[in-house]
Design a protein around this ligand. Structure first.
Ligand SMILES: Cc1cc2nc3c(=O)[nH]c(=O)nc-3n(C[C@H](O)[C@H](O)[C@H](O)COP(=O)(O)O)c2cc1C
Length: 286
């Protein structure tokens, strides 16, 4: 899958390669009303990754349904809509509006955006709030519900157990890790929002560890994400217990990377004589 916020609405990439071959496309985080996002600058390159503070710039759920879902309905690749809100009711309303819309295959609930002032990360840091959001979304929709966890919490396993208990169909992890950069010439934080979310190769070992931990604790499928750029990165996550993976920041340097990763996994399976990917899920767990 593609990771939310790094692949637009899929349409932006469709002229670059055959996106229909992907497992799924996760679109940019969607809110009830359109958002312009945070002040610039919103991206900073770091030694081993990227800091972003986009602040959920998006077209809003009504335009998404009218303009994007119509296009997605003609695609073979399933599209998963990532949603974010400031209150539990926002999440429930979003899920209700997306329910039954042709072209939308599932909902990914972002309870860990570090770049917005209200809501977002607060829900993902606390098991009880995370469970409340999950239950509200599940009640509002018949679509499969993936809950996307934040690493910016003291115990991600507790949050994972709480959302699984509340009815999540799958868990995706991880979202970005909170960080910052200071511009020493201006003597001020570089990002307009002061802090941002770190992604890319820098977070891969952390994400992998969290997938390993969470996969050992819950009984629902895990979707691994964080610094995956190659098939071998992806295979590490699968061997740690992920049933699927998402490619995010890697698409900025190589837009084809989600497909390259998928084809690389297929190649590895052929080399190893494996016909079913489930033979690899969690094998590193012993
Ligand atoms: C520019 C940018 C925008 C993002 N926007 C969202 C978003 O709207 N919703 C969300 O759940 N995650 C968002 N993310 C987080 C990614 O989906 C992913 O969880 C994270 O970047 C880690 O994966 P990666 O290292 O492969 O990029 C964003 C990441 C980046 C870099």
């Amino acid at each position: 899958m593609t990771a939310s916020g790094t692949f637009g609405y899929g349409t932006e990439y469709s002229h670059l390669f055959d996106i229909q071959k992907l497992g799924a496309i996760v679109c940019k985080g969607t809110t009830l009303k359109p958002r312009e996002g945070n002040p610039q600058p919103r991206l900073a390159e770091t030694a081993c990754g990227v800091l972003n503070s986009i602040g959920l710039q998006n077209i809003g759920v009504e335009s998404l349904i009218k303009q994007k879902a119509l296009i997605w309905a003609s695609w073979r690749v399933p599209v998963i809509v990532n949603i974010a809100g400031e209150t539990v009711d926002d999440y429930a309303q979003l899920a209700g509006k997306l329910d039954g819309v042709a072209g939308i295959s599932a909902i990914e609930v972002n309870i860990g955006c570090p770049n917005i002032k209200a809501g977002g990360a607060e829900f993902g840091a606390d098991p009880k709030s995370a469970a409340t959001v999950t239950a509200a979304v599940k009640t509002a929709t018949s679509l499969p519900v993936l809950v996307k966890l934040t690493p910016n919490t003291s115990d991600i396993t507790k949050v994972a157990l709480a959302v699984a208990e509340a009815g999540a169909d799958a868990i995706s992890l991880i979202n970005t890790m909170k960080g910052m950069v200071i511009d020493i010439t201006r003597r001020r934080p570089l990002l307009g929002n002061i802090t941002g979310g770190l992604s890319g190769p820098a977070i891969k070992p952390v994400a992998l560890y969290m997938v390993y931990e969470v996969a050992g604790a819950v009984g629902i499928p895990i979707i691994g994400c964080g610094g995956i750029a190659t098939a071998s990165d992806a295979l590490e996550f699968i061997m740690a217990g992920a049933s699927a993976i998402q490619v995010g920041t890697a698409s900025f340097t190589n837009p084809r990377s989600p497909l390259d990763v998928l084809q690389g996994i297929e190649q590895f399976m052929q080399q190893e004589g494996i016909t079913d990917i489930t033979e690899l899920i969690g094998v590193a767990r012993g």
